[in-house]
Design a protein around this ligand. Structure first.
Ligand code: F6P
Length: 534
């Protein structure tokens, strides 16, 4: 571990100020970024753990690359990377490690290895006895998206088991999640690091009652829990042998490498989980060993900081050109926005530059017919991460040819743009009379210069998906470090939960509506409460 007196975060005292503005390395980085351009003539591709990150579509220059290295030095990048990867205190406000890499290393620590074995033994038993045709995975956020992503990526063509996901507190979700299933052949998977999340606990209770109502002999034998609070799960009634451990040094949104992926293993095989862990471990090795200029997560992070904190783009668009990766968008939304949606730095001072962008997106080519108009001609625009697999796993090469073509074409259009002259010529070539053409052409101009990454996976294998996700995880860590914020806590999610708890009570008894609500909230609590009273 690094020496505490110099390590900016590991010291037991409170972290020092992390302001970027005023840091000479930041000023140099900003200036270089402002002068950098998207150089269409040069190809810049990084091979990382078998996937290709093409950064040619980002504003780059040698001066910016050098300034990026100096900025990372000023942020103690190598020391902090060691802290993260060795299980040091990388999460200052919760005084914890953020050691998700320990869950995927080929040589895990004893307790991780033991839990991994327990999980694989459980899955092997269930498979060999052909038990539980149906899985109802109940979990939300980080206890949900990673599993949905893996199951939709590798189970889209059907698997022996049906998997239903229930996350939302809306009763229609659990109603839909249980409907049509045979209670006697259904396993309920309760995934919750805290084992206190209202949605998961209430939905879990409904599922248990559904088993009981169907006369299932010992319903708890059809429930498993994955949690960092095994004591609470056991007290809830889950048999100890059905409780799989998670650790508090693993963040929820970094937890798919853990037993949270039990449902993935039951739905699409334990090999898929192992493959994803192996791909992620390979990306960890790349992140550790690759020099800055050829380090994919680092280069993605720096490009994102240029786009957000220098060029002022408010959002990042994720465009997976693969039907099987539609859940990648919400997965990355939580990973990035719950990590980087912070406006105070580690010392608690207001940040001095814009931090985490809004992340949004949809799989291509659907997205083209939904919001690409905005990406091409909107007043703001947004950087785009195009993600594509070189090889498809279906038997229709023409479909894949079109998918590849559309992905590359949309990206080129964003970079290259279309000038007024080109648009005018187009109109004239189409036989439009000159006066109308000169007017119409102005509506058909594309600004161009809109940055993007192209991420190419040779094929959508568990290994490649694991590597891809780990690349984004490390990118988030590096951006947190440069922005001087803590990417591993999420204090902001608690306030709304506390307010909701109070309002639940008031909806049950509208005589107890708190006096400090704003007029609108008080009005609707009363209205809704009366409706619920019936
Ligand atoms: O409310 C946000 C959050 O705490 C996420 O960070 C987390 O992934 C999710 O809720 C679910 O939490 P748990 O796994 O503890 O149920």
């Amino acid at each position: 571990m690094a020496n505490p007196s110099t390590a900016p975060i590991a010291s037991p005292g409170l972290p020092e100020s992390r302001a970027l503005e005023g840091l000479p390395e930041w000023d140099a980085f900003k200036q270089a970024a402002a002068r950098a351009t998207i150089d269409g003539s040069s190809l810049r591709v990084i091979n990382a753990a078998g996937l290709y990150l093409d950064i040619s579509g980002q504003n780059t220059s040698d001066a910016l690359t050098r300034a990026g290295e100096e900025l990372l030095k000023a942020r103690h990048f190598e020391q902090m990377r060691d802290t993260l990867l060795s299980g040091g205190v990388a999460n200052a406000t919760e005084e914890r490690a953020a050691w998700h890499t320990a869950l995927r290393t080929p040589a895990p620590i004893e307790e991780v290895a033991a839990e991994r074995k327990r999980l694989n033994d459980f899955v092997r038993m269930a498979d060999s006895e052909r038990r539980w045709r149906n899985i109802v995975h109940i979990g939300i956020g980080g206890s949900d998206w990673g599993v949905r992503l893996a199951v939709s990526a590798f189970g889209y063509a059907g698997a022996w088991r049906n998997v239903h996901f229930v996350a939302n507190i809306d009763g229609h979700a659990i109603q839909g999640g249980l409907s049509g299933l045979d209670p006697h052949d259904t396993l309920i998977v309760l995934a919750s690091k805290s084992f206190t999340t209202a949605e998961t606990m209430q939905n879990g209770q409904r599922a248990l009652e559904w088993l009981q109502a169907a006369g299932v002999e010992d319903p708890y034998q059809q429930v498993v829990a994955i949690t960092a609070r095994p004591d609470v799960a056991i007290a809830w009634g889950v048999p100890e042998s059905h409780v799989f451990k998670l650790w508090d040094w693993v963040g929820g949104r970094f937890s798919l490498w853990s037993a949270v992926s039990l449902t993935t293993a039951l739905a699409v095989s334990a090999d898929v989980v192992a493959g994803m862990q192996a791909g992620a471990a390979a990306m960890d090795a790349h992140f550790t060993e690759a020099p800055i200029e050829a380090n994919a997560p680092v280069q993605m992070a720096l490009a994102g900081i240029v786009n957000r904190s220098v060029l002022g783009y408010g959002s990042l668009n994720i465009a997976p050109y693969d039907f099987r990766l539609s859940n990648l968008v919400p997965y990355i939304q939580q990973l990035e926005m719950e990590s980087l949606g912070k406006s105070v730095d580690l010392a608690g001072d207001p940040v001095t530059v814009p931090t985490g962008p809004a992340v949004w997106g949809m799989s291509g080519t659907d997205a083209q017919h939904t919001f690409f108009q905005w990406l091409h001609q909107g007043s703001d625009g947004a950087p785009v991460d195009f993600i594509i697999c070189q090889q498809a796993d279906h038997g229709w090469p023409e479909h894949h040819k079109s998918l590849l073509a559309n992905c590359l074409a949309q990206r080129e259009a964003l970079h290259k743009g279309k000038t007024y002259e080109d648009a005018l010529q187009e109109c004239l070539d189409a036989g439009i009379e000159p006066k109308k053409a000169s007017w119409l052409a102005r509506h058909r101009v594309h600004a161009g210069g809109r940055p993007s990454h192209l991420i190419v996976l040779p094929r959508l294998s568990p290994y490649m998906l694991g590597a891809l996700i780990a690349m984004y995880e490390h990118k988030v860590f590096v951006q947190g470090l440069v922005w001087g914020i803590n990417p591993f806590d999420q204090w902001g999610v608690e306030y709304g939960k506390v307010l909701a708890k109070g309002i639940v009570g008031e909806l049950s008894d509208t005589n107890k509506i708190a006096p400090d609500h704003d007029a609108s909230t008080a009005h609707w609590v009363k209205k809704f409460g009366d409706t619920l009273k019936g």
